[in-house]
Design a protein around this ligand. Structure first.
Ligand SMILES: Nc1nc2c(ncn2[C@@H]2O[C@H](COP(=O)(O)OP(=O)(O)OP(=O)(O)O)[C@@H](O)[C@H]2O)c(=O)[nH]1
Ligand SMILES: [Mg+2]
Length: 409
């Protein structure tokens, strides 16, 4: 008989509090959410107030031993650090604490591994995992041999990760080639979308903000929405008609998080960069989360890191149904701020108007009488712009319309 208890990983979370203004308990709350999403339970926490992080062991020596005792006392099967551990820290901690050592990056990689559905997603996760592990082979040799089923260990297709450097290098090269193929395919799809010349509106935001819910409620896209971190990994695009009749393309994509591992950012660059091809960004913020203002900062930092800058931003404060009064949060980077409750379809008219206004701000307003001989121009305006009025008069067709700034008349 299997004892179910044995199969569930029980972990202790730990981190150093550098007293730099960060609320470490809040950080550990988020780590706990990540760990739960990865399928483990948290049995304890340990925080060490310290001026700097110990190069060799992360924690100070006394605390490292305390952690070892805690593991025994609480029957933990592993420990998870809120910061990314260096190979040497991993190795030393493992020797002293004598259990599986994991860090935030491993947990996030593990969640991504279990979420990846498409070929592109799977390749990207495996690449990120291999790159992370190959740089930690020395430190993780014994840790790897401890692998059971649990967080920090899941590989794409449950495949065992080879620990030989050369094999890993070959595999990385092969995956990179496959990814390039997939990327080209994505590029073709993206171009096809652009040919239609419809404005592309990208939904971005912190993980669990409600991005997929918004896309689903607006377009019946059928994207998985869940009260878990990183429910969405693969971008989904759908056509959507604004109240004024203008058609747009809405894209939902992977959420951001504080300290998103750079291996993941590199591997997921093409997915994360989806917003780079957008004309407009909708920034969804979970206003009911006490950390909403920090989430806003993280999202802007991540966007900047990805080179997504100088785009019009509509910030949608979401989940207003969950708050009694509106918290005083400002988003100075947004061009327009609105309140919505995606789940309840509240604020959708305002959102539609905000998108229409933003599109029109990127366009020129024209009033012109087009001669009947020049019907081709009218067709072009119809295709690439938005006609507000069209009047067939004696001297030609009078139009009032919005056209792209670089549209030649
Ligand atoms: N109360 C309330 N819950 C909401 C609202 N919008 C979304 N949610 C819930 O928030 C959770 C996360 O929603 P998702 O749409 O999956 O969030 P996401 O931003 O796509 O998250 P990731 O894909 O993980 O980055 C789900 O449980 C939704 O039902 C809302 O307006 N009000
Ligand atoms: Mg989602």
């Amino acid at each position: 008989m299997y004892d179910n208890d044995e199969l569930i990983e029980k972990v202790i979370l730990f981190c150093v509090d550098l007293d730099n203004g960060e609320d470490v308990e809040v950080n550990l709350d988020e780590l706990e959410e990540l760990v739960k999403t990865a399928g483990a339970v948290v049995v304890g926490r340990m925080v060490q107030k310290k001026e700097n992080i110990e190069k060799g062991t992360y924690l100070g020596s006394g605390k490292t031993e305390e952690l070892r005792d805690m593991v025994i006392e609480l029957g933990a099967t592993g420990v998870v650090c809120d910061d990314e551990l260096s190979p040497i820290q991993l190795k030393n901690l493992e020797e002293i604490v004598n259990t599986k050592i994991m860090d935030r990056t491993m947990v996030i990689l593990d969640i991504f591994a279990s979420r990846a559905n498409t070929r592109e997603g799977k390749i990207q996760v495996e690449l990120a995992q291999l790159k992370y592990r190959s740089s930690r082979l020395i430190g993780m040799r014994s840790s790897l041999s401890r692998l059971g089923g649990g967080i920090g260990t899941r590989g794409p297709g449950e495949k065992k990760l080879e620990i030989d450097r050369r094999i890993i290098r070959d595999r990385i090269a092969q995956l990179q080639r496959e990814l390039d193929d997939v990327k080209q395919h994505r590029e073709v799809m993206r171009k096809q979308r652009m040919v239609g010349n419809l404005p592309i509106v990208s939904i971005v935001g912190y993980t669990n903000a409600g991005k997929s819910t918004l896309l689903n409620k607006l377009t019946d896209a059928g994207v998985l929405e869940e009260d878990k971190l990183f429910a969405t990994l693969d971008p989904t695009s759908r056509n959507y008609k604004l109240n004024n009749g203008q058609e747009i393309i809405l894209t939902d994509t992977v959420g951001f998080i504080r300290k998103l591992p750079h291996h993941l950012i590199n591997a997921f660059r093409s997915t994360l960069e989806e917003a780079k091809y957008a004309d407009i960004i909708i920034h969804v913020v979970d206003i009911s989360n006490p950390q909403a203002d920090n989430h806003i900062l993280t999202v802007y930092e991540t966007l900047e890191g990805l080179g997504v800058v100088n785009k019009p931003v509509i910030t949608a404060f979401n989940k207003i149904d969950k708050v009694e009064e509106f918290p005083i949060i400002k988003d100075f980077k947004a061009d327009i701020v609105i309140n919505i409750a995606a789940k309840k379809e509240i604020g959708f008219n305002e959102l539609s108007d905000a998108i229409a206004t933003t599109i029109n701000n990127c366009r020129n307003y024209i009033e012109k009488t087009i001669s009947y001989a020049d019907a081709g121009l009218l067709n072009r305006i119809r295709k690439y712009g938005t006609i507000l009025e069209e009047d067939y008069r004696e001297d030609g067709i009078f139009v009032r319309a919005y056209v792209e700034k670089d549209f030649n008349i």
